[in-house]
Design a protein around this ligand. Structure first.
Ligand code: XIL
Length: 505
């Protein structure tokens, strides 16, 4: 027994140590003080506990001054977060629940949830967050003018140790295997959660990054600026690929396809890209310089992905959202201002020149079921067919049940599907960013949403020969860009919703 005792003690210590290391499950308790919360401020702002057991921030002098607290979040783990906020100063004020994370000494920020708090009313904010690879994570609540005060309470964070999916549910990609690829889009941190990705892989055969392959992710403005300064050559373009590597690595390792989104867009593109010396204060460059920059950017992105991930990226959205929302014309943007009306054609020309053989090139847009926009998107596609540079059209498909008229969706698809490419084959179609919003998370709305998804997929079935892929824009509601409208096939706990069963049964 004497010999076993130390062993038992060691075992006990190890168990305690492991238990201490278990998942976060924290609710703020201000009954005995500020509970590790502090004022994020350069001095002046303070936090204190109020009679109603809230945490009050006072003495703010900047909008970023806010109550914050450090949390040990584990990379790739999913956390459920909620907090109540109250202000007494104005009729209503917007608040944001955010995270400040630090990696290699650099702090960066993400907004996780928003709310509007009416005067004197405790208002709830909640969300799901997948933690990234950081050395420090500070969660904080900010809002209101710089000199105002507010309170938070019942801040709650716990690790979601949910099962991904439900045992035995059908697989979307298998159900539709003989019709089209079934895909999804991911936010950066989802890729870090390997259990989640294993589940996604069982459901989806093609993946898109929600943000990490857009120009603001790939264009290296700082390096481009230096290159122009060093050489005096305004056509220099530097790119960086750190943000898009995780999904590409995962896809390559798992033999999964990727759809690239997006090479040329008016949004999420630094305005410095269009300006002399890459300085947002400088005048716009000439058309010639901008075309050279566009070609260089497209060439470098396509060459790098082809060299490092051959065969992984099977298709690209070459240009996104060039059509105006009203009027039969292109949207006014820095692209039209600097390059002119043929910027879409030039982008496709360069993409075709540098894309690996067989890569499908798409023009992608939203609301193309709405009359005037339907005409513009078809004009764009027709001119690209005449150039011989396009393979397909992507219907973004951000819909709202009860608002979107399926008849118009049907007409838009029928009209687009009629188009023939120069080689005589019908144009390829893609449902690139499908989500169907509902006003609130109720059983009734879930059923309405399920019927809408079901009708959509009946329509897609009719065009299965031409549709290359259907991608939902995300997998779980809480990580959707439209989280407030619960638009996807899985709920925040990764459980299938009626909409899922409505398209697999
Ligand atoms: C959205 C992303 O999902 C968000 O995370 C981001 O904040 C804004 O962009 N049409 C598109 C997509 O083509 O790139 C957009 O993605 C959604 C609308």
């Amino acid at each position: 027994m004497k010999k076993i005792l130390p062993l038992l003690l060691m075992l006990l210590c190890l168990t305690i140590a492991l238990a201490e290391d278990t998942a976060i499950d924290y609710t703020s308790d201000f009954s005995e003080g500020t509970d590790g919360w502090y004022a994020r401020s350069a001095g002046g702002a303070e936090v204190s506990v109020t009679a109603e057991k809230g945490l009050l921030i006072t003495g703010r002098t900047a909008t970023w001054n806010s109550p914050g607290r450090d949390f040990d979040l584990v990379c790739g783990k999913t956390y459920a977060l909620s907090v109540l906020v109250k202000q007494d100063e104005t009729a209503s004020t917007g608040f944001i629940l955010s995270i400040a994370h630090t990696a290699n000494g650099t702090e960066s920020y993400e907004n996780l949830a928003k709310c509007t708090a009416k005067q004197g009313e405790w208002t709830l904010m909640q969300c799901t967050y997948v933690a990234g690879q950081y050395d420090r994570n500070v969660l904080y609540v900010e809002g209101g003018a710089a000199d105002t005060s507010y309170q938070i309470k019942d801040f709650c964070i716990y690790e979601q140790t949910q099962a991904y999916g439900k045992p035995g549910i059908p697989s979307l990609k298998e159900v539709y295997a003989d019709k089209f690829d079934f895909g999804t889009a991911v936010v950066a941190n989802e890729v870090l959660d390997s259990d989640r990705m294993d589940f996604y892989k069982s459901q989806f055969g093609i993946f898109t990054y929600g943000n990490e392959m857009k120009p603001d992710a790939l264009l290296d403005v700082g390096a481009s600026m230096k290159a122009v300064r060093a050489t005096g050559d305004e056509t220099q373009v530097c790119v960086k690929f750190d943000r898009c590597k995780p999904l590409l690595d995962w896809a390559q390792k798992n033999g999964v396809k990727v759809h690239g989104h997006t090479l040329v867009w008016h949004s999420q593109t630094p305005s410095a890209f269009f300006r002399e010396g890459y300085s947002s204060k400088n005048p716009l460059v000439s058309r010639e310089v901008m075309l050279a920059r566009m070609e260089s950017y497209i060439r470098q992105v396509l060459e790098w992905t082809n060299e490092n991930y051959p065969g992984v990226i099977v298709s690209w959205d070459v240009v996104n959202e060039a059509a105006a929302d009203s009027g039969r014309k292109l949207r006014d943007s820095l692209w039209t201002q600097v390059v002119g009306q043929d910027f879409v054609n030039r982008a496709f020309e360069y993409a075709r020149k540098y894309a690996a053989e067989g890569t499908k090139l798409y023009y992608n847009d939203y609301n193309s079921e709405i009359s005037m926009k339907a005409l513009v998107t078809r004009d764009i596609v027709d001119s690209l067919i005449a150039d011989g540079t396009i393979d397909g059209y992507g219907f973004q498909s951000h819909y709202t049940a009860g608002q979107t008229n399926l008849f118009y969706v049907q007409v838009a698809m029928k009209e687009m599907a009629k188009r023939t490419l120069q080689d005589g084959t019908p144009i390829r179609l893609r449902i690139s960013e499908l989500d169907v919003g509902i006003p609130s998370n109720t059983q009734d709305n879930w059923q309405t949403q399920a019927r809408f998804y079901n009708e959509l997929f009946q329509l897609y079935g009719q065009y299965a020969d031409q549709i290359e892929a259907v991608h939902t824009w995300g997998t779980v509601d809480s990580l959707s860009w439209r989280a407030d409208s619960y638009p996807l096939l899985f709920d925040s706990m990764c459980q299938p919703k009626p909409a899922f069963f409505a398209i697999v049964d």
